[in-house]
Ligand binder design. Sequence first.
Ligand code: UT7
Length: 322
Amino acid sequence: MTYSRIAGIGSYLPKNVVSNKDLEKTMDTSDEWIRERTGIKRRHIAADDEYTSTIGLEAARRAMQDAGVGPEDIDLIIVGTCTPDKVFPSTACIVQRQLGVNGGGAMDVNAACSGFIYGLDIANRFIKTGGAKTALVIGAETLSRITNWEDRGTAVLFGDGAGCVVLQASEEPGILATHIHANGEYEELLHVRSGISVAYDKTQAGEAFIEMNGNAVFKRAVATFDNIARETLADLDGELGDIDWFVPHQANMRIIKAAAKKLGMPMERVIATVDEHANTSGASIPLALDQAIREGRIKRGDTLMFAAFGAGFTWGSAMLKY
Ligand code: UT7
């Protein structure tokens, strides 16, 4: 049986760090409120000349080096992002060119905060069916570009960053199960009001900023993390005890703790980096994973559970042997 396995991982965070204290100077908020309500202490913000493609590219280079693969090996590039460089070409095509990769498919997947899990699911299916041998799955975001810095209810929550895994065909178990879902009914609870098609009439166009009903999204996120993790375990006839590490999307420390509690996962087995990265949407899981691996917490052979939830609503999970 052919599995797809994580052969390498890399991530990149912009150099510019903005602390809660920095935000206190420009909006009516406090370090105390942000830490208590979200667990966030600081976030990285892209420089003017950094784009989703440039930070995604750096994460990809690091992941390829970690895996020991070159541009000639890559036959699929998927970028999970809701902040692409341009309408077209896709950010994946821009990254492909800069990496010097020729051939194979390259595409963006917009599933908001679930973008990396969606990308992983798609790449896994390509590899298992022989459609690709070595894929890059990148989660990269420049959310600062769609943040309304005058809305304290959202501006304190988001950050920029990128993470990438190299997925390779292998006889050794890697990805064991993936699930992705969506329910478009909740579009307006978390969205960017104007875009390309909707804003064609400039008299109707609002500004392109993240808008969110935080409370409603919070409740849905907690319930969904629990359901999705259980669905994946049931699919594998597995039990929670089989999971060494739970790596959830990093939106809010309170959501992560509530989800872990519902699942009965002790916080010692949960990876949380939201304090340092804030919510980086599609980039949050590979960023958290890379940090935990570099710190020596997650090791080869460990069983991991990823779970994400985001605008759409979209949600998804993956269980794998690292
Ligand atoms: O990535 C997936 C999608 N996103 C999420 O999962 C985020 C989900 N939601 C959340 O994380 C939380 O709902 C928030 C962190 C956004 C908000 O926390 P909350 O406990 O739900 O607070 P709230 O929105 O009910 O606001 C409580 C109070 C309000 O004041 P009043 O009406 O009680 O006087 C807000 O105006 O806190 C106020 N507030 C702030 N105060 C200081 C809202 N934002 C801020 C702020 N600083 N930045």
